[in-house]
Design a protein around this ligand. Structure first.
Ligand code: HEM
Length: 206
């Protein structure tokens, strides 16, 4: 008698990333890319430092065009971010996936990663480095939105602008948060390509 005649089938593979995580993740990725590209074009109109971004890697063509892109993607980023964070808290995913995390586990996993001994077999479990990176990038998302609001509407959000030390400092904070996100993306996308099954899981859920 075969497994088929007994109607025995392989157990369905466990869902690693539920649908809402995948939808929010990819909407966020698209919105962030538009925010960064248009933000660089806005920066070029009044650079904070002694360099500008090449126009080939910016979005919007000129200041007004870039601002339109930036403010359009801003709504997508914020609404999607609120949905992701709310569901992350309410469903207990953040508590289960991102906590606990402590310095001991972090240093042990950094050492394991440096000696190529960090296992990627169990995709349903984040190692301490991933936990810290994901918590850090969620926090950076809060900072970039808050500093963005304080330079967009410094009169309406004057307490927020004052919290950042004024309009000019808020601009530097906004730039620093952008740089942190770009640095995260370089590492994050490289790791996703090095471990392709993690990329597959973020697309198909399994
Ligand atoms: C654009 C290219 C991107 C690619 C290819 C990508 C790929 C991935 C993959 C494969 C995972 C699952 C990895 C794992 O199992 O550890 C993941 C998770 C995650 N990514 Fe990305 N990502 C991208 C952009 C972003 C951006 C722009 C952000 C935020 C600024 C981001 C934040 C996150 C977070 C927070 C998680 C964990 C989600 C959770 O488990 O709730 N990603 N990403």
């Amino acid at each position: 008698m075969t497994a088929e005649t007994l109607h025995i089938s392989a157990p369905p593979r466990a869902t690693i990333h539920p649908g809402w995580v995948r939808v929010c993740h990819w909407i966020n990725a698209l919105a962030i890319l538009v925010m960064i590209g248009s933000g660089w074009q806005v920066y070029n109109a009044s650079p904070l430092f002694g360099f500008s971004f090449p126009s080939t890697i910016t979005i919007g063509g000129w200041l007004a065009g870039a601002l339109l892109w930036h403010f359009a993607a801003m709504w997508v980023l914020v609404i999607n971010g609120l949905v992701y964070v709310t569901l992350g808290i309410v469903t207990g995913r953040f508590r289960r996936k991102l906590f606990p995390v402590g310095p001991r586990a972090l240093f042990a996993d950094i050492r394991a990663a440096a000696t190529f001994k960090l296992s990627h077999d169990d995709l349903s479990h984040y190692n301490a480095v991933q936990k810290v990176l994901y918590l850090g990038i969620i926090l950076t998302g809060v900072v970039i939105v808050a500093s963005g609001l304080s330079i967009w509407k410094p009169v309406q959000f004057q307490e927020l602008t004052a919290f950042f030390g004024g309009y000019d400092t808020a601009r530097y904070v906004h730039f620093a948060a952008m740089a942190a996100i770009v640095a995260f993306l370089v590492v994050h996308v490289s790791l996703a390509l090095v471990v392709p099954k993690s990329l597959r899981a973020m697309i198909t859920g399994r």
